[in-house]
Design a protein around this ligand. Structure first.
Ligand code: IPE
Ligand code: IPE
Ligand code: MG
Length: 245
């Protein structure tokens, strides 16, 4: 994005938390006659541009869907290529994130990921734990139903151990057990590539999110496009079940 120094950062009114389903890498590559992994690499390069645009756009929290609990169904070579990309990505980008004051977190079920990747994820979280700028959350081996199931298991364990009174369980209880417990709910969920579905992303958290389904394939998604979607968000009337003032 060309930085316009006279243009003030967007304040108030914008979505503080944007979640993105980064879809369309495979089709982007296939349309160029290249293997799917070529698209994943191009997609990974886009992430930096979008993260860097956040401070100017007033986005304090950015959550991106990188790999779902369903994505294991892909060919072994695509899955292995993605895992290797994640490892390299984390190694390569961490210094830049620290420099840009980006706090990195991961959500999803970690035990199924390989040890080396898990180590890098822990390292990235620790290295950026003091960063106070954009909160970047990467959903890796993440599924909304899996997250709610894991949360429910721990909640049930707390009830069984006498640490939680079942009579006191309400809407505020389960979120405390979710992977996203320290994050606000997303205000805006964007999905690229023309599919109008949420594919098991942030099911509980997005109950009142606004949605943007756009045709652009993820490797073609730019900071300008991001800015445009955020401007459109500003025109929406979020009623949360009430009646407009
Ligand atoms: C999104 O792109 C990235 C991941 C799911 C890992 P896809 O790989 O789903 O790309 P399409 O949808 O096949 O084009
Ligand atoms: C959702 O995309 C998951 C990620 C972007 C990581 P998919 O491409 O896996 O979703 P479906 O299969 O089209 O629903
Ligand atoms: Mg897809």
């Amino acid at each position: 994005m060309t930085k316009d120094l006279d243009k003030p950062a967007r304040t108030g009114g914008g979505p503080g938390h944007v979640a993105i389903i980064m879809d369309g890498n495979g089709r982007w590559a296939q349309s160029r006659g290249r293997p799917r992994l070529f698209g994943h690499h191009a997609g990974a390069r886009r992430v930096r541009e979008i993260v860097s645009a956040c401070p100017d756009l007033g986005v304090k929290y950015l959550t991106i869907f990188a790999f779902s609990t369903e994505n294991w169904k892909r060919t072994q070579s695509e899955v292995a290529g993605l895992m290797s990309l994640f490892r390299r990505y984390i190694m390569k980008e961490m210094q830049a994130f620290v420099k840009e004051n980006v706090r990195v977190r991961f959500i999803g079920d970690r035990p199924r990921l390989d040890k080396k990747l898990r180590g890098l994820m822990d390292e990235a979280e620790a290295m950026t734990s003091g960063c106070t700028g954009t909160n970047l959350t990467i959903a890796l081996n993440y599924g909304g139903r899996d997250e709610v199931s894991r949360a429910t298991k721990r909640l049930a364990q707390d009830v069984a151990a006498g640490r939680l009174d079942p009579e006191k369980v309400d809407e505020e209880t389960l979120p405390k057990y979710l992977d996203t417990c320290v994050l606000p709910d997303p205000d805006l969920v964007i999905r690229t590539s023309g599919e109008a579905r949420i594919s098991n992303f942030l099911l509980w958290q997005s109950a009142y999110a606004e949605y943007e389904f756009i045709d652009t394939l993820w490797p073609d998604f730019t900071a300008e496009k991001f800015d445009e979607l955020l401007s459109h968000y500003g025109t929406r009337d979020r009623r949360f079940g009430a009646v407009s003032a």
